[in-house]
Design a protein around this ligand. Structure first.
Ligand code: UDP
Ligand code: MN
Length: 566
């Protein structure tokens, strides 16, 4: 080779080296700009060493067979005591979670027929997991389960969004874990500078995602066998279907993966703006294994076509903290032409905690405020029912501006809330529609019918309490055209000892059937041929049936009486 040739070759080498270096730097800075902080490069060797030691210490504490197959796990001695204390403090046995393998095995919880289904899939999913001060081992177990239970060709990436956690482990150590223990998997970790709340944190994740399908998970979940295939396959078939797996319970005290057998639940709501579960009867012919339409979703776990997520209005970005976004999205999807479905052959476990282990900025009732926003935008006249529960929120400036969301509803030409109730959730009881009477129900001595603060899914006595001079929801009852004396899902039921209890409405009349006589204001129970009576019942006492005597104690006056209906 002559000198000229040699110089040329050197130049080519130099050029290639120079370009490669530029590309490397460019990629590095783009990653940083997009929030993907590559700690491996930032960390000083001492820190790396410290993380490695910390992880090794942690890994030593793992007990290989604990919680295997999703069985309940138990600890002894100090660990047991500390675990119980943690459960009280943060609603999760964190000591146990740290001992259970991160990649533990789980039984296949599905109905056996699900195993015969074959799914055609070509789309890829981005799984988005957001967290604020979650336990590192719970977050890692969520990640591991996604990796282990999803075929690589269906998983584009896992996106983690740290909603400005103050717990240090979720910053450096988590990134170190990903870099060293999960190398080779496409996992992107974003750290938000300020706490943005779960709605905006999920939006951040969604913006960064590139998969065809977005799957959102809470940071304390465990996916099971073939969980992802039916979700993706259904979206491939129907891109406007938004899907929820069956959400099984991972017990917060012993991490047992527990199921309800083959029966499952759909999503409902209360007029006070809360999500509820609707039990599907085991013998019901609705208990199919193909996707079933669901009026609402719980919110933490769902799959949606990525483009459709944006078309249909993603989330209400002005919703803060936690809560309300799930009903907002449920109503919006149905009213604006989409579908919400539960997929019985996809199952994911979730740790249900008894309380939030975290507080909210300024202690705001973000659930209430967010629900007020969605009530104004989506519920039309029916918002009156929500604001009966939350009168102070109706015109509260804390709700913020709604113009954008109202515009969205117009742009998408969404249907009315009445349409939603009639077509999607016809079973939902509307307390002031199709009723003979509703409101406060007064009897003698300024006493009123009262649910005595009965919790949402409990059974308890129907009682009386001093009438409130404001609209108290504990004293709001309806007498339906079906003859039920009810509030939401609780109906007054007479028992053979003549006690009257509030129990779950069953719509078979019988002991839950009442007749009201406007002329003498008695509430008559034909099954026992007796009348509801407050005779001898003190403030906060439970009511009984008695022989009909047409006396003041047996007179009940509703605030609103629909006389033409009788
Ligand atoms: N979360 C968040 N920022 C917050 C509050 C919650 O990122 O300000 C996360 C939380 O870590 C969890 C998810 O949002 O992964 C849902 O919250 P949580 O599990 O507490 O709700 P729940 O399941 O009780 O409805
Ligand atoms: Mn959760």
């Amino acid at each position: 080779m002559n000198t000229f040739g040699c110089i040329r070759l050197k130049r080519i080498y130099f050029k290639t080296f120079f370009i490669a270096a530029c590309v490397f730097l460019l990629i590095f800075y783009m990653k940083r700009l997009s929030g993907h902080i590559g700690n491996e490069i930032d960390l000083i060797p001492e820190e790396l060493k410290r993380f490695e030691l910390e992880l090794q210490e942690y890994e030593k504490g793992i007990m290989p067979l604990l919680g295997e197959n999703g069985e309940a796990a138990n600890l002894n001695g100090v660990d047991r005591v500390n675990g119980e204390a943690a459960l009280k403090k943060v609603a999760l046995n964190t000591v146990l979670s740290d001992r259970v393998p991160l990649n533990r095995t789980l039984k296949d919880p599905r109905h056996r027929k699900c195993r015969e289904f074959k799914y055609k899939t070509t789309l890829k999913a981005s799984v988005i997991i957001i967290f604020y001060n979650e336990l590192l081992s719970a977050v890692l177990r969520t990640i591991w389960s996604v990796i282990l239970q999803s075929p690589a060709n269906l998983l584009r990436e896992i996106i983690l969004v740290n909603d400005a956690s103050t717990d240090d482990k979720l910053n450096g150590l988590l990134q170190y874990y990903l870099d060293t223990r999960l190398k080779g998997h496409d996992i992107k970790l974003f750290h938000l500078k300020h706490r943005m709340g779960l709605i905006r944190a999920r939006l951040h994740g969604a913006r960064a995602a590139s998969g065809d399908v977005l799957i959102f998970l809470d940071a304390h979940c465990e996916a099971t066998k073939e969980w992802i295939e039916p979700l993706i396959a259904r979206i491939e078939e129907e891109r406007t279907a938004v899907l929820v797996p069956i959400i099984d319970v991972i017990e917060a005290n012993n991490l047992a993966y527990s199921t309800n057998g083959d029966s499952y639940q759909l999503g409902g709501f209360t007029w006070s703006g809360h999500f509820t579960w609707i039990d599907m009867q085991k013998d019901s012919d609705k208990l199919t294994l193909t996707p079933v339409k669901s009026p609402t979703m719980a919110g933490g776990l769902f799959a949606i076509d990525r483009k459709y997520f944006w078309e249909i209005g993603s989330y209400d970005e002005q919703m803060d903290g936690w809560g309300g976004e799930n009903l907002e999205m449920s109503f919006r999807i149905w009213q604006c032409g989409g579908r919400l479905e539960t997929v019985p052959c996809s199952r994911v476990g979730h740790i249900f905690r008894d309380f939030h282990p975290y507080s909210f900025p300024d202690n705001k009732d973000t659930h209430g405020i967010n629900t007020a926003r969605l009530a104004h935008v989506w519920m039309d006249d029916y918002k009156r029912l929500f604001f009966m529960y939350q009168p102070t929120l109706e015109d509260n400036p804390m709700i913020g501006d709604l113009a954008h969301r109202k515009q969205l509803r117009q742009k998408l030409r969404c249907k009315s809330f009445k349409w939603y109730l009639e077509n999607v959730y016809p079973e939902k009881f509307v307390p002031d529609e199709n009723v003979y009477a509703h409101g406060q129900v007064k009897t003698k001595n300024e006493m009123c019918l009262d649910d005595l603060q009965l919790g949402d899914d409990k059974v308890g006595p129907l009682g009386v309490y001093m009438c409130h001079d404001f609209l108290a929801m504990t004293q709001y009852f309806s007498l339906s055209f079906k003859g039920e004396l009810r509030k939401e899902n609780h109906c007054a039921e007479a028992f053979s000892n003549f006690n009257v209890q509030l129990t779950e409405c069953h719509s078979h009349k019988r002991e839950q059937f009442w007749k009201y006589f406007p002329e003498n204001r008695t509430l008559y129970n034909p099954s026992f041929r007796k009348c509801l009576s407050s005779e001898g019942v003190k403030n906060s006492g439970g009511l009984k049936l008695d022989f009909c005597k047409k006396k003041g104690y047996q007179e009940w006056t509703f605030t609103h009486l629909n006389l033409t209906a009788f």
